[in-house]
Every structure is written in structure tokens, then in C-alpha cells.
Ligand binder design. Structure first.
Ligand code: PHE
Length: 382
């Protein structure tokens, strides 16, 4: 601090001369303007507003002035400091805005970039669809029944009224399992067909197993894997899935079968879809029928209408779902059920086929090759 000013003239104090104060103020303003970022501004702030800044030091000199001069000098320094603080705040706000804008662009996330998160697995669409079909029946009070895939020939054929010379027993349809004594591996020793054990060719053996296990009334649905000696191509696979339904109770008729089929088709494909039955033959049902549903895409409009072809039904208007019928009394008898008292209906159809036309899948091989590009569009249902 300078010594008291004898002449009482504030301009005598160097630091309080108006042009000095202006210079200090202008230097501060210039320093703030020159600060290119918030760090630089913090330095400029310390240099020009702290207790040791030129203006703060000048302010202290005021105390040494004679009373008459204090007011004027105080006002001048005060105005300069106010201008400096205002400029500092303005620059501070400006630099903060700049920083925020920069952070927004620099830290923006490009949602179109490929991500490397490990994808979650999902069950195969065949499995989830098969469960969805089974659920339609579970909701009506049916129970799930299961049987082995390696099956006794008796269950697969005999109990189901297949006569010994039925063509389905022949080698071209059925995978016979070699007997335990015959595992030498030598081709000449093969006795397939004599072991009495097959890979089940349909889920119908579960009908016989269920009837032997439970007393009527029986209402079961059996989803499962079946095997046939087909080559893998666009419409065949040697391993595929079926869903079987069996109802045995007093007084069941074909009307019950038809109503059940209608309900299933409407639950899976949409309301108002009709079904139809065409006569057919299965040894284990009598009468037997092939069951079709009206094409859920064109609803028959493509039939005889070349301008409106339908890929889903091949412009047939109908889609074949599978076989059905009233349980043959021979089967009831073979399984210890009195056909005088009880009657039943059954049907069975292929899940792959249903999935194919439900999702416009053109090649069955896509379903078995395990390529995630096929399964991914079905979603992550587990
Ligand atoms: N098991 C028969 C098949 O695989 C389908 C079927 C099941 C037919 C039940 C009638 C009754 O072709």
C-alpha cells in the first residue's frame, strides 16, 4: 500500500489513475476474450479477478486516499470490476455452451453401427410352434402324453391294427433298430426287421401306450419326434415332428372330432376358417379321413383364378393338415378298452409342414440345418 497521499489528489496514486484502471479493465476483457476454453478462462479469471489481481490491488489503494477522493476512485474501480465480472460471466457461459455442443456431437452414439453384444439364444421355431399347438389343447383340458422315440414294433404297428404285411412296415419307410445280440457291425449279420424295435414312424404309438396306462375318459395330446427313411430334400426330412391327439370317452362322435379340429385351426390360423374331411384309410381309425383347412391366405379366392395365384395353397384353396378318424375298435380292444362302452377320435399331423405354410418357408432343409439366419426372424421366444 502506498503512503498517504499528501496532495489529496487521487490521480497522484499511480494505480488509481483513470487510464490505468481502464487499462487493467481492458486487459482483463482481452484476456477473457482470448481464453479458448474453460481451463484458459480459469487462468484468466485468477489473473484478473482474484485478490492479487491488478484491480484488486488498486482497490486496496483506495483506503490510502483522503476521504474526499475515495468516493470517486471507489466508483471507478467498482465500475471496472463490475465490467470485468460481467465479461467473465458472459465468456464463461459462452465457453460452456460451446463445450456442451461439442460433447453432444463427440459423445453421440451411432445407433446404426454394428454391435458386438453376444446374442441371446432362443429355442428353435419348430419347438416353440409345437408347444403353441399343444397349448391350444392344454387350454381345453387335454394332458400332454409322451412315449419313446425308440419304440417297440408292437406299439408302432401291431397295437394300431397294422397287419404284418402292411407296406408301412417295409424297410423303405421304417428305421429298424438292430438287436443287442446283433451289434457285431458285420453287414451280413444285420437282422434289422427282426429285433422288434423301430424308430417310431409316427406319434400314434402313444395312443396305445396311453390307453394301456390310463382309464377312460382320456384326453391327451402328444407332440414328438418321428423318423422315416426319407431322403432330406425340400419337402422331406428323415427326422420330423408330429402332434397327435387322442380322446376316448363315452359317446364321442365324429362331430366332436370336427369341432375340435375347427377350434384348433381357428386358434392357430384365425377365426372363421373352415375345415373339411376327405375319406382316407388308416388301420387304426375307422372311419378315417384326411383333414384340410381352407387356405388362410386366399380363403379359396385363388381357385380357378389365374389372376390371383396363391403361393401358400398352390391355388388349391385348401391346405392338407394331416390324418384323423374315429379310433378303430380293434385298437381299443388291443389296449383293454371296451369298444361297446367307449369311443374315441384321434388325429396326427406334421409340425414341419404346418410351420412351412404358416411362414412361407419353401425348403424344409432350412428348418434342420441350424443356420441362425433362418431362425433369427422368428424372434427370441424361449
Ligand atoms: N399317424 C398318422 C400318420 O402319421 C396320422 C394319424 C394320426 C391318422 C391319428 C389318424 C389318426 O400319417
Amino acid at each position: 500500500m502506498s503512503a498517504p497521499n499528501k496532495s489529496y489528489d487521487p490521480v497522484e496514486v499511480e494505480a488509481l489513475k483513470p487510464e490505468e484502471i481502464e487499462r487493467m479493465r481492458d486487459e482483463a476483457l482481452a484476456a477473457f476474450a482470448a481464453a479458448g476454453d474453460l481451463d484458459a478462462l480459469t487462468h484468466a479469471k485468477t489473473a484478473h479477478t482474484s485478490g492479487t489481481s491488478p484491480l484488486a490491488l488498486a482497490n486496496r489503494e483506495i483506503g490510502a486516499l483522503p476521504p474526499q477522493a475515495k468516493a470517486e476512485a471507489g466508483k471507478r474501480v467498482g465500475q471496472a470490476r463490475a465490467a470485468v465480472n460481467k465479461a467473465l460471466a458472459a465468456r464463461q457461459a459462452e465457453l460452456e455452451d460451446e463445450r456442451d455442443a461439442r460433447v453432444l456431437t463427440e459423445e453421440a452414439v451411432d445407433v446404426t453401427l454394428p454391435y458386438d453384444r453376444t446374442p441371446a439364444g432362443a429355442r428353435h421355431p419348430l419347438t416353440t410352434f409345437m408347444e403353441r399347438v399343444a397349448d391350444v389343447f392344454v387350454a381345453m383340458g387335454y394332458e400332454i402324453a409322451e412315449g419313446p422315440e425308440v419304440e417297440a414294433e408292437w406299439f408302432n404297428f401291431d397295437a394300431l391294427n397294422f397287419l404284418p404285411d402292411h407296406p408301412a412296415r417295409q424297410m423303405q419307410d421304417t428305421f429298424f433298430v438292430r438287436s443287442a445280440e446283433d451289434r457285431t457291425g458285420h453287414p451280413d449279420s444285420a437282422t434289422e426287421g427282426e429285433s422288434g424295435v423301430v424308430l417310431r414312424t409316427h406319434t400314434s404309438p402313444v395312443q396305445a401306450r396311453t390307453l394301456l396306462e390310463r382309464k377312460p375318459p382320456v384326453y391327451v395330446v402328444c407332440p414328438g419326434r418321428v423318423y422315416r427313411t426319407d431322403e432330406l430334400d425340400a419337402t422331406h426330412t428323415p427326422v420330423f415332428h408330429q402332434i397327435e391327439l387322442l380322446a376316448v370317452d363315452e359317446g364321442l362322435t365324429m362331430a366332436d372330432l370336427k369341432g375340435t379340429l375347427d377350434h384348433m385351426v381357428q386358434a392357430l390360423f384365425g377365426a372363421d376358417l373352415r375345415t373339411r374331411l376327405r375319406p382316407n384309410y388308416f388301420p387304426f381309425t375307422e372311419p378315417s379321413a384326411e383333414m384340410d383347412m381352407v387356405c388362410y391366405v386366399c380363403r379359396g379366392a385363388s381357385v380357378g383364378n389365374p389372376d390371383r395365384p396363391c403361393r401358400t395353397c398352390g391355388s388349391e384353396g385348401w391346405i392338407e393338415l394331416g390324418g384323423c378318424g374315429m379310433v378303430n375298435p380293434h385298437v381299443l380292444t388291443a389296449c383293454g378298452v371296451d369298444p361297446q362302452k367307449y369311443s374315441g377320435f384321434a388325429f396326427g399331423f406334421g409340425i414341419e409342414r404346418m410351420l412351412m405354410f404358416r411362414h412361407n418357408i419353401e425348403d424344409m432343409r432350412d428348418m434342420v440345418e441350424g443356420d441362425v439366419r433362418f431362425t433369427r426372424p422368428f424372434g427370441m421366444e424361449i
